[in-house]
Write a protein that binds this ligand. Structure first.
Ligand SMILES: [Ca+2]
Length: 382
C-alpha cells in the first residue's frame, strides 16, 4: 500500500525545513575549519558526516501496514550478554556529545552479526511490497501541512523520489560544506545505491543502504526484531573491552592489518583504498569483534532506535541507567528544527581528519526520513 503523509503516523517529513545550501555543518564553533591529522581534541567539533545535508525532501513513511512475518529466528544473530559499562568516550578523542561517561546496565539480547544485507532486505520487500522513503515522490500538499506557515514551495527538481549519493570532488574542498560531496540524486534508492545507473548485481551480500530510519523500523517489524538502543549498540560494539577507544581495543585503526572499511588518503577527494574498498564493502570483510559482530566500526552507519540529543549524556550522568532508551525528544543544535535519530559505527567515509567515527563511542545523528549511501542498520531481538 502506498502511504502518504495523510495516513502516516510516523515521523513527519520534517526534512523539508532543512533547506540547506552551504552550511558550517562540520564545525559548531562556526566558520573556522580545523583540519585534523591524528586525533580529535576535545572541544573541536568538526562533525557531521550527516547533518546539514544538501536540500532534501522526503515523503512520509509508516510501518502501520507492515505485519511480522511470523518466521522470526535467531539465525545470523549472536548472543550479547547483559552487563554494566561506562558509556561514552573514555579518552580525550571524543566529541562533546560523548561526555561525560556514565554508568549503564544493559540486559542481554541477540544482535545480527552483520548489517542487514541487500538479499535480506529484498526478501522483506518481496514479501511486503514495501516502498522505501527514497522511492516515494513527496506530495507537496501533504508536506506543506507539516511545515511552518509560509514555507515556500521548493523547486520541482527537489520534489522527486531521490536520495543522497556520495559524489567525491576531484580536488580538496573545505570540510565544512558537505554539499561538496553529497548530492540529492533522483532515482537513487536501495536498489540503485549510487544513483539510477547503479544496481545490486553481485551485491547481495553488501549491507543495504539508502534506507531511512522508517525503512529500518519497517524491516525490523517484519522480521520480528527491533532496532538496538544506542546503549545496546555501544555495549555490544565494546564486546567486554572496558574504556577502550575502538571495538578491537586501543590499537590505532591504521596500524597492522586493515581493521575496518574507512577512508584512507585525503578526504573527500583522494582515497588510497588501502583497506580494499572505496565505497561499501560486503559484510564480514573484516574481523569480528569479541562478541562476533562484524563491521561495527566503519562500512556503513547503523540506525539506532533512540532520538538524538547532543546533551543527553550530561542530563543522565548522575543516574545509574537501566536499559536506557534515550531522550524523550531530539535536539541537535546544528539543526534545531530537525528531529534526528542516532546512528552509530561510522562508515567508509570516516577519516581521522574528518569524523573518525569508527571510534566505539562516536555518535552521529540523522533525520529519520533521510537515506544515504553510507547508512544501513542491523537488528536485535530479546
Ligand atoms: Ca575504505
Amino acid at each position: 500500500m502506498r502511504l502518504t503523509g495523510k495516513n502516516s503516523s510516523s515521523v513527519i517529513a520534517i526534512c523539508a525545513v532543512a533547506i540547506v545550501a552551504v552550511i558550517a555543518a562540520c564545525n559548531q564553533s562556526g566558520g573556522k575549519v580545523a583540519a585534523r591529522t591524528d586525533s580529535i581534541p576535545k572541544g573541536d567539533t568538526i562533525m557531521s558526516c550527516t547533518s546539514n545535508l544538501p536540500s532534501r525532501f522526503a515523503a512520509a513513511t509508516s510501518t502501520d501496514s507492515i505485519v511480522a512475518n511470523g518466521k522470526s529466528s535467531y539465525v545470523g544473530m549472536v548472543k550479547i550478554p547483559g552487563g554494566d559499562f561506562q558509556m561514552g568516550a573514555a579518552d580525550k578523542e571524543g566529541r562533546p556529545d560523548e561526555y561525560p561517561q556514565h554508568a549503564v546496565h544493559v540486559d542481554g539480547f541477540y544482535m545480527d552479526a552483520t548489517e542487514v544485507t541487500n538479499a535480506q532486505f529484498m526478501e522483506f520487500v518481496k514479501a511486503t511490497h514495501y516502498l522505501t522513503t527514497a522511492e516515494r515522490t513527496p506530495d507537496w500538499v501533504e508536506l506543506q501541512k507539516q511545515l511552518p506557515p509560509g514555507t515556500p514551495k521548493p523547486a520541482d527538481s527537489l520534489l522527486v523520489a531521490a536520495s543522497l549519493v556520495f559524489t567525491p570532488p576531484v580536488h580538496a574542498v573545505a570540510l565544512n560544506d558537505v554539499s561538496q560531496w553529497w548530492q540529492w540524486v533522483k532515482g537513487a534508492d536501495w536498489k540503485h545505491p549510487e544513483g539510477p545507473g547503479s544496481n545490486l548485481k553481485g551485491k547481495e551480500n553488501y549491507p543495504v543502504v539508502q534506507v531511512s530510519w522508517d525503512d529500518a523500523m519497517a524491516y525490523a517489524k517484519w522480521a520480528g526484531k527491533r532496532l538496538p538502543t544506542e546503549a545496546e549498540w555501544e555495549w555490544a560494539a565494546r564486546a567486554g573491552l572496558a574504556n577502550q577507544t575502538y571495538t578491537w581495543g586501543n590499537e590505532p585503526v591504521e596500524k597492522g592489518q586493515p581493521k575496518a572499511n574507512i577512508w584512507q588518503g585525503h578526504f573527500p577527494d583522494r582515497n588510497t583504498v588501502a583497506d580494499g574498498f572505496a565505497r561499501v564493502a560486503p559484510v564480514k570483510s573484516f574481523a569480528a569483534n569479541a562478541y562476533g559482530l562484524y563491521d561495527v566500526a566503519g562500512n556503513v552507519w547503523e540506525w539506532c532506535s533512540d532520538w538524538y540529543r547532543s546533551d543527553y549524556y550530561a542530563q543522565v550522568a548522575a543516574k545509574k541507567l537501566e536499559n536506557p532508551t534515550g531522550p524523550a525528544a531530539s535536539y541537535d543544535p546544528d539543526e534545531p528544527t530537525v528531529p534526528k535519530r542516532v546512528v552509530r559505527g561510522g562508515s567508509f567515509l570516516c577519516h581521522a581528519s574528518y569524523c573518525a567515527s569508527y571510534r566505539v563511542s562516536a555518535r552521529m545523528k540523522t533525520s529519520p526520513d533521510t537515506g544515504l549511501e553510507h547508512t544501513g542498520f542491523r537488528c536485535v531481538k530479546q
